[in-house]
Design a protein around this ligand. Structure first.
Ligand code: HEC
Length: 305
C-alpha cells in the first residue's frame, strides 16, 4: 500500500513537471529567430501640418537581417513611408491633417510578424499664412487738418499678425499703420491727395502683401489754402472798414485798408484793434473767424496774391 502511494506520487509529480515544460512535440522557435517585440520609443509623433518628420529607430527581437514594411500607403497618398532596413517611419510635409495609426510588418528568414497600430502619427493644423485681408469700408476720406483712422482689417490666418505698409504712401509718413492692429491713421498734416495703401500682414508662417488694400483720400481743407490780401483780406476790410479807412479821410495816419502796402504795414494794429473790438467803432465787430483769418494771413507770410 505504501509502495503504491509512492508510485502515484511519482507519476503525479512527473505529470506536473511535464505539463509545466514546453511542448516537446512542437517547440516554439527560439526568441531570437522570428521577429517579435517591435518597439518604437516614443510610440507616436505629432507634427504641425507642413512639417516633415520621422520616428526614432525601433528595437526588435529576432534574427537579423530584418526588413520592415507598412501596410500599403496608410494615408492613401504615399506620404508615409518606412525605411525597410531600419524601420524608421517618415512623414513628408504633405501629409494631411489627421491621425494615422500605423501597422508594421517585420520579416526575417525565420518568418514575419505584423504589429498592429504600433506607431501613431498625428498631423495638426499648423500656423496658417495670412490671407484675404480687407478693410470695410476700404476707403478713408478726410480733409486736410482733420486726423482720421481706418477700421481694423479683417483677415484669415493664425494670429498674432504684424502689419506694415509696403511703402510710405504719402512719402512723408503722415499716413501710418498700427503694427499690431492694422489700423491706418492719417495725421492732421497729411497733404491733399489720393493714396493707395498696400498692407503687408505677417505671422510666424509667412507674410503676404495686399496691394491697394485701402484708399486714403485727403481733400483740401480751408487751412491748406494760403490766405492772400487780394482774395481774403481786402474783401473783408473793404466791407467792414472802408467806410472810414480810405486815404486821407479817417485814421490818425490816414491808413487805407484797401491798399496792400498800408494793410501789411499795420497788420499788428489791425489784429489788436479788431480782436479787442475797438475797431470798427460801434457794433459792427469782426467775428473771431474773421480775426483769425487776418492772423492766418500774417502766418502765411502776408502775401498780396
Ligand atoms: C466809423 C469809422 C471807422 C471804421 C468803420 C473803422 N475805423 Fe479804424 N479808425 C477810425 C478812426 C477815426 C481812427 C483814428 C482813431 C485815432 O486816431 O485814435 C481809426 C484808427 C484805426 C487804427 C489805428 C489805431 C491805432 O491804434 O493807431 C486801426 C489799426 C484801425 N482803425 C483799424 C480799423 C479796422 C481794421 C477797421 C475795420 C475792421 C476799422 N478801423 C474801421 C475810424 C473807423
Amino acid at each position: 500500500m505504501k509502495k503504491v502511494s509512492i508510485y502515484i506520487l511519482l507519476i503525479i509529480s512527473a505529470l506536473w513537471v511535464f505539463s509545466c515544460g514546453s511542448d516537446p512535440v512542437n517547440p516554439p522557435p527560439p526568441a531570437d529567430e522570428k521577429p517579435s517585440l517591435l518597439l518604437y520609443s516614443p510610440a507616436s509623433l505629432e507634427l504641425a501640418f507642413g512639417k516633415a518628420g520621422a520616428s526614432a529607430s525601433p528595437t526588435i527581437k529576432g534574427k537579423l537581417p530584418m526588413s520592415y514594411a507598412l501596410s500599403a500607403s496608410p494615408d492613401g497618398k504615399g506620404q508615409l513611408t518606412i525605411n525597410s532596413s531600419t524601420g524608421v517611419i517618415s512623414a513628408t510635409d504633405k501629409l494631411e491633417v489627421g491621425t494615422y495609426q500605423l501597422s508594421v510588418t517585420a520579416s526575417n528568414s525565420a518568418g514575419s510578424a505584423t504589429f498592429d497600430k504600433i506607431f501613431t502619427i498625428t498631423v495638426t493644423k499648423g500656423t496658417e499664412a495670412p490671407s484675404a485681408l480687407s478693410y470695410s469700408p476700404n476707403s478713408l476720406e478726410t480733409t486736410v487738418g482733420t486726423a482720421i483712422s481706418s477700421v481694423a482689417p479683417k483677415l484669415s490666418g493664425t494670429s498674432p499678425f504684424t502689419f506694415s505698409m509696403t511703402s510710405t504712401p504719402d512719402a512723408k509718413g503722415k499716413i501710418s499703420i498700427n503694427t499690431s492692429t492694422g489700423v491706418v491713421s492719417v495725421a492732421t498734416d497729411a497733404a491733399e491727395g489720393t493714396y493707395k495703401v498696400s498692407v503687408t500682414a505677417a505671422n510666424s508662417a509667412s507674410s503676404k502683401t495686399f496691394a491697394d488694400a485701402l484708399r486714403v483720400v485727403v481733400k483740401p481743407g480751408t487751412s491748406t489754402k494760403t490766405t492772400t490780401f487780394e482774395a481774403d483780406i481786402r474783401p473783408l476790410l473793404v466791407g467792414k472798414c472802408a467806410s472810414c479807412h480810405t486815404t486821407g479821410t479817417q485814421g490818425s495816419r490816414g491808413q487805407d485798408w484797401r491798399k496792400y502796402a498800408d494793410t501789411k504795414t499795420w497788420v499788428e494794429d489791425i489784429i489788436r484793434t479788431t480782436a479787442n473790438k475797438t475797431m470798427p467803432p460801434g457794433t459792427n465787430d469782426l467775428t473771431t473767424a474773421e480775426v483769425d483769418l487776418i492772423r492766418k494771413w500774417k502766418t502765411d507770410g502776408l502775401k498780396e496774391k
